[in-house]
Design a protein around this ligand. Structure first.
Ligand SMILES: O=C(O)CCC(=O)C(=O)O
Length: 286
């Protein structure tokens, strides 16, 4: 059945208000069926390349353009050109925004062998050393950035149902975390969440990661259906929680602005090495 005219990627004033206050919004079904089929085909190949190049527990492949010889990038170009998508994102954010081309971005995957989860984190402040953060940016400028829709708008767009991402609504606007949030954050480590010591069964590890997600005050598990488009302020608390039995292939990009590009480039050197490579993949490719 044809889509009712004027209903595609509809954004209401309430959506805009909610996005500002809660920090996330889901546009439903932005990818048409034929494109979804083509994207799934290429994403399945991309996942094999990710496992080949980054190991079976990897969660992402970035920089598709580095794989131009091995992957058909055309479906990603078609995703970037989806009619009305940039306009919907601009309504939610500001007229300066443009969705970073999917063919220059990345994909998030489920791990092949074992469950794991990232730590709860808030980009980008948690990825730089506190002393350097205070020297180069500082709380007052950070407060302005949190309130400014030009900065830190991340996109997850799943090709299969995806319940991996959790988010704490409203936390994107706060410079300081609450004591309860920090208690949860400090309750474990990335090494434990990946069971690097190999002490847990898969089920113990899965439930351990899940409990950690659920423990964060106010956290909601985001339920994304195929072709949905999640826009979120990634300065809010968020986490990715992964299990091999869910097929996860989720496009991962940003809504970029000139101001954000300048910020990301100017402070790139402050990112700690691990995060530098993650965020290099995520936001500096454009
Ligand atoms: O997997 C996700 O949805 C979140 C990923 C993320 O936040 C990260 O890798 O830093």
């Amino acid at each position: 059945m044809a889509e009712p005219k004027g209903m595609k990627h509809r954004v209401t004033e309430e959506d805009v208000r909610n996005y500002r206050e809660q920090g996330y919004h889901i546009l439903r079904q932005v990818i048409p069926a034929s494109l979804l089929r083509d994207l799934r085909r290429v994403a399945t190949q991309a996942r094999e390349l990710a496992y080949r190049d980054h190991g079976p527990q990897t969660q992402r492949l970035g920089f598709f353009k580095d794989y131009a010889d091995e992957l058909d990038l055309q479906p990603f170009r078609e995703f970037t050109a989806i009619e009305g998508l940039n306009e919907a994102v601009q309504l939610l954010t500001s007229p300066h925004h443009r969705v970073k081309p999917a063919e220059e971005s990345g994909l998030l995957f489920s791990p092949r062998d074992r469950p794991w989860s990232t730590e709860w984190h808030r980009d980008w402040r948690d990825h730089v050393l506190e002393a350097e953060f205070q020297e180069h940016v500082g709380d007052a400028r950070w407060q302005e950035i949190l309130a400014d829709p030009d900065f830190f708008n991340q996109v997850n767009c799943p090709l299969f149902e995806d319940t991996s991402t959790w988010y704490v609504p409203g936390s994107h606007l706060r410079v300081h975390n609450t004591e309860q949030e920090m208690e949860v954050y400090r309750s474990t480590t990335q090494e434990e969440l990946m069971d690097e010591a190999k002490e847990k069964t898969d089920e113990e590890l899965e439930l351990f990661c899940l409990r950690y997600c659920q423990a964060m005050p106010g956290a909601v598990q985001l339920v994304l259906n195929p072709g949905d488009f999640l826009l979120y302020r990634n300065t809010g608390w968020h986490i990715g929680n992964y299990v091999p039995y869910r097929t996860r292939m989720t496009m991962h990009t940003h809504a970029m602005t000139p101001a954000f590009q300048v910020f990301a480039t100017k402070y790139r050197h402050l990112l700690k090495p691990r995060e530098a490579s993650l965020e290099r993949h995520a936001m500096l490719a454009g």
